[in-house]
Design a binder for this molecule. Structure first.
Ligand SMILES: Nc1nc2c(c(=O)[nH]1)N[C@H]1C(S)=C(S)[C@@H](COP(=O)(O)OP(=O)(O)OC[C@H]3O[C@@H](n4cnc5c(=O)[nH]c(N)nc54)[C@H](O)[C@@H]3O)O[C@H]1N2
Ligand SMILES: Nc1nc2c(c(=O)[nH]1)N[C@H]1C(S)=C(S)[C@@H](COP(=O)(O)OP(=O)(O)OC[C@H]3O[C@@H](n4cnc5c(=O)[nH]c(N)nc54)[C@H](O)[C@@H]3O)O[C@H]1N2
Ligand code: SF4
Ligand SMILES: [Mo]
Length: 723
């Protein structure tokens, strides 16, 4: 008989950047409800439809709990000892035969949502001594981080829109009503946006699609994909030509305003309108309204980061915030002060960008990593330092990185691949061994990254909801064991037997969280430590963002570099680049531009194994303007062919007036219909991999970030492309 005892647990949702607090009720060790924690000082009860997927992941029979090995008879469970022995021996064999750089690692997005990975993965990565490191950064926020590095001196000083106190917000290329916000941890973002309006403020969306966010905005401006840089140049042009510039509180330590003025003066709303599609008068009033608002902030995200001028666009957004006097003031663009400090002084030996170049395509590294768009060719191109073995951690590059077919094929060429992941999916099916860590509800959590990106300073620690089975391993244990084995030729090898075991046990994440909290900004002032957080399971409010410049700058002389030379040179090359993009479109019939989107019940590529997330009508659809459909004789619901330089897919279409004509939108993360993956997704809901179309050769020219928006494609009716 079921016991009546119901227990209540508080835990963070780690699926997206909103880091909502959850109230989870259990009966007989079964989850009976997942609700928003009303007392969480940041999320205040907010959750989205994805939160319940945590229950499905926990219960999912397809989720691996123990290591598996690929054999001629399929996947077989093996012991942890055998798994670690074989992984270490294979990786070392590659190193001995071909050198350290022949082993590569790719870390996916959930790595930054995972406490164990944040603390222990870096040590493991260092133990490999390879320069072939890759991550989801280069299909995501690389431009923002590069801008922060060159302007503020550190890649983690990320400017955040002070949503709760602003009067005027411009959003470029983000759809926070669906994505729940990114590089802007702001759970319940829709409520916060509505509050701006209720207080008499406004927000405006600039996007090639009239999105869910645009629908509730005060104004929506359609923009041609990839042309935001021109719109921003013209916006800055208006600031200077109408003499609206002011550096405000950052004037005393901001360099090079005159370089910006000289750079933008050729760009007027009228000259850029034919490129961007944005009406000149509307652009002018946007700038004037922004400059007359008391507190204003301009924010851009994935749609402007993962495009051809991603870095320049993110740079100009930050410049726009600065030269209108809105940096480091309440209601403008500010910086967090997290309880767990993420800014560390670097040695100064390396600058963190372009310290090294990739072997095949000579792409610059950032924070020690190369752009993932070059991973496939680094595996398939023969020569010294060719990648022979690969480790993937919490990632699915086959579905998430450009030219998906190419990377899928390249993974077949590896001598050895190990994945640290709990699903056999489109990528990990190529692994020889899979090492599964505990799921989120079985492990403690402190959000190192997203507290640091939150628009309100708070701190919260979650104890595991479920006690882990002793036979299973945490991510910390996996990384420590692998580090120990890969470092066996140095100091770590001196420790053996119980000494090693006790070091491994003591070195859990909790100890480090406690130390960091005590040493951090609120250690003394608020008595913040692990015990204090355990005693306050809803989390602790540490107040709104506060002005913190120039103290928080890491640049030489603590100055803001308004005009880093790499970016200025980028603008000077802009016109040449534009020609280069336009030409292939005209020559090849790729006359439409592909962009992406997200769906409320998806999380990149990996929640689709939860039936509750995919049920209902198929949502992996191409969105097309009715006129583009009419001119191609395409009807609602029909299957169309979309073709790019590198690939071709077929996908059902949904017709709308909410798309800019000439633009097609397809969500990423789908395409589960492949052989060898052990996922329980019906064919009708497997969707299509849009990254078969994105081009690994099309990159943001400055950072090497992948271009995932603004891909030239040809769109045809299925039958007409078959003849
Ligand atoms: N066309 C297009 N492509 C895109 C984007 C786009 O907008 N358009 N967006 C890009 C962006 S922003 C991102 S962040 C990337 C994401 O790309 P990736 O990071 O490569 O892919 P994910 O889908 O996040 O991969 C999740 C994997 O992590 C595993 N996982 C989940 N939690 C854990 C954990 O705690 N530990 C371990 N070890 N594994 C775990 C899951 O089982 C799954 O296999 O996709 C990018 N790709
Ligand atoms: N439900 C759900 N939430 C998620 C995720 C998910 O997969 N599902 N993924 C998480 C991750 S990893 C991230 S990084 C964040 C991303 O969060 P967001 O940045 O909000 O991402 P999107 O919702 O894809 O919004 C990008 C927008 O850019 C627009 N766009 C495309 N090209 C251009 C262009 O050239 N110019 C302009 N101005 N706009 C353009 C698209 O139409 C789209 O509306 O979301 C996170 N949250
Ligand atoms: S918004 Fe993000 S963090 Fe909040 S419940 Fe949904 S997936 Fe989880
Ligand atoms: Mo992302």
């Amino acid at each position: 008989m079921a016991s009546q005892v119901i227990s209540t647990h508080y835990h963070a949702c780690n699926l997206c950047e909103a880091i909502c607090g959850l109230e989870i009720k259990l009966q007989d060790q079964q989850i009976i409800s997942i609700k928003g924690d009303q007392k969480d000082p940041l999320s205040k009860g907010h959750i989205c439809p994805k939160a319940i997927a945590l229950q499905d992941i926990y219960n999912d029979p397809d989720r691996l709990r123990l290591p598996v090995k690929k054999t001629v008879n399929g996947w077989q469970q093996i012991s942890w000892k055998q798994a670690f022995d074989e992984v270490a021996s294979k990786l070392k064999q590659t190193q001995q035969q071909y050198g350290k750089n022949a082993v590569a690692i790719y870390q996916g997005n959930p790595s930054v949502h995972n406490l164990d990975a944040m603390i222990f993965a870096p040590m493991f990565v260092r133990s490999l001594r390879t320069k072939n490191k890759f991550s989801a950064t280069s299909v995501d926020q690389l431009p923002e981080q590069l801008v922060s590095l060159l302007m503020f001196g550190h890649s983690l000083i990320v400017p955040l829109p002070d949503l709760d106190r602003t009067d005027f917000l411009i959003i470029f290329g983000a759809n926070p009503v669906v994505s729940n916000g990114s590089l802007m941890t702001a759970p319940g973002v829709q409520k916060r946006l509505k509050k701006i309006q209720q207080g008499g403020g406004k927000f405006i969306v600039v996007d090639p699609r009239k999105t869910e966010t645009a629908l509730i905005a005060d104004q929506h401006l359609f923009i041609k994909p990839g042309t935001d840089v021109f719109m921003l140049l013209a916006m800055l042009g208006v600031v200077f030509s109408e003499n609206l510039q002011t550096l405000g509180s950052v004037a005393a330590f901001t360099h090079d305003l005159q370089i910006i003025e000289a750079l933008v003066k050729h760009y007027t709303p009228e000259t850029v309108a034919p490129i961007t599609g944005v009406d000149a008068e509307q652009l002018k009033s946007l700038v004037r309204d922004f400059c007359t608002a008391k507190k204003a902030t301009c924010y851009g995200r994935i749609g402007v980061s993962t495009q051809q001028y991603g870095t320049l666009t993110q740079w100009l957004i930050t410049v726009f915030n600065i030269v209108t006097g809105n940096l480091d003031i309440a209601g403008g663009t500010m910086f967090s002060r997290p309880a767990f400090e993420v800014l560390e002084h670097r040695s100064g030996r390396r600058k963190g960008f372009a310290d090294d170049y990739s072997r095949v395509r000579k792409l610059p590294n950032f924070a020690g990593e190369f752009p993932v768009a070059t991973l496939a060719e680094e595996i398939t191109t023969a020569g010294k330092d060719q990648i022979r073995s690969l480790i993937t951690h919490a990632g699915n590059p086959v579905l998430s990185t450009p030219n998906g077919k190419q990377i899928d094929k390249a993974l077949e060429n590896l001598d050895f691949m190990v994945s640290i992941d709990f699903y056999i999916n489109e990528t990990t099916r190529h692994a020889d061994i899979i090492l599964p860590p505990l799921s989120i509800l079985e492990r403690p959590h402190y959000d190192v990254v997203f507290h640091a990106l939150a628009i309100q300073n708070t701190s919260r620690y979650s104890v595991p909801v479920f006690k882990a089975n002793k036979k299973h391993r945490s991510g910390a244990a996996i990384f420590l064991e692998l580090t120990w084995r890969m470092q066996s030729d140095n100091w770590w090898s001196k420790f053996t037997g119980w000494v090693k075991k006790s070091i491994l046990q003591r070195l859990d994440s909790n100890w480090i969280v406690d130390m960091k909290l005590k040493k951090g900004a609120y250690g003394k002032s608020h008595g913040l430590n692990l015990k204090h957080l355990k005693d306050n399971p809803h989390g602790i409010d540490l107040g709104p963002m506060m002005p913190c410049l120039p103290e928080r700058l890491f640049t030489v002389g603590q100055k803001i570099n308004l005009a880093p030379e790499e970016f200025v040179a980028g603008i000077e090359r802009l016109n040449e680049h534009l020609l280069a993009v336009e030409l292939p479109i005209k020559d090849t019939g790729f006359d439409m531009l592909l962009i992406g989107r997200r769906d409320p019940r998806t999380n990149n590529s990996w929640l689709h194994n939860s039936y509750r997330m995919v049920k209902g009508k198929n949502r992996c659809l191409a969105l097309l303007h009715i006129n583009d459909a009419a001119s191609r004789n395409i009807e609602e619901g029909e299957v169309i062919t979309v073709k790019s330089r590198v690939g071709e897919i077929t996908i059902p279409v949904s017709l709308t007036e909410d798309m800019m004509p000439g633009v097609i939108s397809i969500p990423h993360g789908w395409g589960h219909n492949v052989e060898g993956a052990n996922l329980n997704i019906a064919k009708s809901h497997a969707g299509v991999n849009t990254n078969i179309l994105t081009d690994d050769k099309l990159l943001d020219g400055i950072s090497g970030n992948a271009v995932l928006n603004g891909i030239p494609v040809a769109v045809t009716k299925l039958s007409s492309s078959l003849n």
